[in-house]
Unconditional design. Structure first.
Length: 119
């Protein structure tokens, strides 16, 4: 089970840190991804971190967002800086022991947390 939190309303240029906490004690073997979705749009991968700590970012967030993990706390973070109105979406974390670049490859999903960036 995954629990996402940390969303909210922030002004353009502001920052938020999202957290994704897993209840599974084998958390350290999972690849974790953050996705976001706006109503009427496809779910978009934002960032991904492997069990070994390698990271991947969408071009739209590279240099602004940082994904990290703390296996001792069963938690993955998404630090979001220099937020823009186009970052507004519901953000979901997802986990899988294989993972990949498609949302269909993730078996476990958090409930989502709303991020709203005002201009």
């Amino acid at each position: 089970q995954l629990q996402a939190s940390g969303g909210g309303l922030v002004q353009s240029g502001g920052s938020l840190r999202l957290s994704c906490v897993a209840s599974d004690s084998t958390f350290n073997i999972y690849h974790i991804a953050w996705y976001r979705q706006d109503p009427g749009k496809q779910r978009e991968e934002v960032a991904r971190i492997t069990s070994g700590g390698s990271t991947t970012y969408a071009a739209s967030v590279k240099g602004r967002f940082t994904i990290s993990r703390d296996n001792a706390r069963n938690t993955v973070y998404l630090q979001m800086n220099s937020l823009k109105p186009e970052d507004t979406a519901v953000y979901y974390c997802a986990a899988d022991d294989i993972g990949g670049s498609s949302p269909t490859l993730y078996s476990y999903w958090g409930q989502g947390t709303q991020v709203t960036v005002s201009s």
